[in-house]
Design a protein around this ligand. Sequence first.
Ligand code: NDP
Ligand code: MG
Length: 385
Amino acid sequence: MSKKGIAILGATGSVGTQALDVIRAFPDVFEAVVLTCGSNGDLLIKQALEFKPKSVVVTDPGQYNKVREALQYQDISVLLGEEGLIEAVQYPEISIVLNAIVGSAGLRPTVTAIKGGKDIALANKETLVVAGELIMALVRAYGVNMLPVDSEHSAIFQCLVGESDNPIEKIYVTASGGPFRGKKREELLVVTKAQALKHPNWSMGAKITIDSASLMNKGLEVIEAKWLFDLNIDQVDVVVHPESIVHSLVQFRDGSMKAQMGLPDMKLPIQYALTYPARFENNFQRFNFMDYPALHFEQADMDTFRNLALAYDSLRAGGNKSCILNAANEVVVEAFLKEKIGFLQMSDIIEETLSKVDFIASPTLEDYLETDRLTRLLTKEIIKD
Ligand code: NDP
Ligand code: MG
């Protein structure tokens, strides 16, 4: 049996390194054909020496020479920048492109990979938030699989196996509530970056960890789910579930609900996306009911965590609104991480940006890229960055 060729975009990140753990566990099944990094050239070099891919791509130009020198005696080509990503995702040896880049930088490589006939294992939810309608149209036109890696969407995807004739009535996307669950606005005025970076259940990259604390992550996931599963906005509900054991639920038209459950560990949805439709045996830790005698569910507080409401509003408005939401969010999260703005200011600035960037009802890919660019400029201006 020939091996399944995988490209891992964002191999040096939280999802990327866990994807390499999965590939390492099944050396006869998977082959890493392409690995990419942003600024962590040192880790990419180590990964390249272990996995011997055909190519690596470095998107931070400052890291390029170092990586090239370190790999000069290897049979590995070293490519640079977005152009490098675009070239590498098209290699014929690749069957699945796992997109684990953070942010809208993942959009163009996803588009190219789909057009190249590759299945997509999608962690980069921003791709669907920015351009969900366009991406899903491409997925249908090119007949590729869009395999969700985000744990909630993997859960829904798993609940839908064998249900192709049964329409979804509703889905419930579960949310841990993050480190500030239950807090009110007065308390959130004074929370710090360090507190926001302490997620109760998941260990993830910095951007998504802040998004989880502000509930923007759940907002992005609502938008992601709408496009992935072709739903109306009223069919996508959020329920807070602090234990993160039920990863999401699907309700069918007879009222029956299916949930996918398990310990919070991204390796499981990553592995499922790569092995789908099969399930491979592994030694991941198993769930024990005695550790979780009770599971809890509560309503999301959208008055306090306004990002979730802003995401629903953007989705309802359609066009390039979610693209604006996403770009403004990327900029405010970076500013919060640099301690230039406070936690609650993030929603205020996103809201202001949403009202100022021109609305486009039926955007093309170029329109999305331009909206993304303009929104970043405007948001930085508002922050005075
Ligand atoms: P990380 O920040 O840990 O990793 C991001 C990866 O993308 C790194 O390899 C980074 O390179 C690379 N990267 C950063 N900026 C760019 C850029 N402009 N162009 C190309 N590559 C870039 O993020 P996560 O792994 O946490 O998240 C990745 C994606 O997966 C996000 O969209 C997130 O929402 C989603 N996701 C993550 C989950 C998690 O558990 N972490 C769970 C569900 C979804 P370098 O580090 O070398 O600079
Ligand atoms: Mg998620």
